[in-house]
Design a protein around this ligand. Structure first.
Ligand code: NAD
Length: 273
């Protein structure tokens, strides 16, 4: 395998998928491997991780699978240590793990709030805390934090903890970028829009009759200027740009991958004259 990430070592968190098909982290892991990276794939699901690792192996790529919960401090410390033990360095840290909770502020319990913050945001703090010293020592590296357009827009559903955690990703990303610019470390956020991954599709597929599900998918597509929801590959190619040397002058900012969704503004109809 050779390509834009030749000889790079990449940690990808959430490299599995919660259901059949391609999640964002799974596609990133596969694409990074196709582009020549040695992928250190992390997920809390052993089964999901095994599938990603076997896809990469079948394609002739290099991947080490490591089961860990990235919201737990000693598990993160151990995963970074194992990556360094295995490959000697970490060039790319792709922080992809994220969960959604479908509630407004009145319905959200303190426990759920803490869980979403912990999985979506504290996980990035922990991975950066343990990876940045390695990157500094080797003279640099790249960090990509997966946020969401839900971190910069209300998207019509009551996801209070998710919105807040994804807004936090942006502040965190800027601070990491500027605190470590002189260390040769770049850090950017990647903000997917409506992407057809198992995380988004499975809850609906499992609760709706097939014709209703198909209608829901089609209606969602028509709301997007490009005319379709995104795929995990759309997100993975954005991640590849941010992780590769092609973006060597890009840091502290965000890349939106949403088919034009948030660029549009629907004005109320003017009353007829
Ligand atoms: N799908 C979308 O429409 C969309 C839109 C915007 C942003 N995103 C973001 O993209 C990222 C990935 O989403 P996806 O749709 O591919 O999800 P996914 O559920 O398919 O994949 C996420 C993976 O993370 C793993 N994971 C969850 N918690 C973990 C933990 N604590 N430790 C280790 N692994 C853990 C899961 O097992 C799963 O394999 C998330 O951060 C999500 O917020 C997705």
């Amino acid at each position: 395998m050779s390509g834009r990430l030749n000889k790079k070592v990449a940690i990808v968190t959430g490299a599995g998928s919660i259901g059949p098909g391609w999640g964002n982290g799974k596609a990133v892991a596969a694409l990074f491997a196709r582009q020549g990276a040695k992928v250190f794939a992390v997920d809390r699901s052993e089964e999901a991780l095994a599938e990603t690792a076997s896809i990469i192996a079948d394609e002739g790529g290099e991947c080490t699978a490591h089961v860990a919960d990235v919201s737990v401090a000693d598990e993160v410390e151990a995963l970074v240590a194992r990556c360094v033990e295995t490959y000697g360095r970490v060039d790319i840290l792709h922080n992809n793990v994220g969960i959604v909770d479908d509630k407004n502020v009145l319905e959200t319990t303190e426990e759920t709030w803490d869980k979403v913050m912990s999985v979506n945001l504290k996980s990035m703090f922990l991975t950066c805390k343990h990876t940045i010293p390695v990157m500094k020592k080797q003279g640099g590296g790249v960090i990509v934090n997966v946020g969401s357009i839900s971190g910069i827009r209300w998207n019509g559903v009551p996801w209070i903890a998710y919105y807040t955690s994804k807004a936090g990703v942006l502040g965190f990303t800027r601070a990491i970028a500027l605190d470590h610019a002189k260390d040769g470390i770049r850090c950017n956020a990647l903000l997917p829009g409506s992407i057809n991954t198992p995380l988004m599709l499975e809850p609906k597929r499992q609760t709706m009759p097939k014709p209703e599900f198909d209608k829901w998918v089609a209606a969602r597509d028509t709301k997007i200027p490009i005319g379709r929801a995104g795929t995990a590959w759309d997100v993975a190619y954005g991640a590849l740009f941010l992780a590769s040397d092609d973006s060597e002058y890009v840091t502290g900012t965000q890349l939106v991958v949403d088919g034009g969704l948030i660029a549009q503004m629907k004005m109320p109809q003017r009353p007829a004259a």
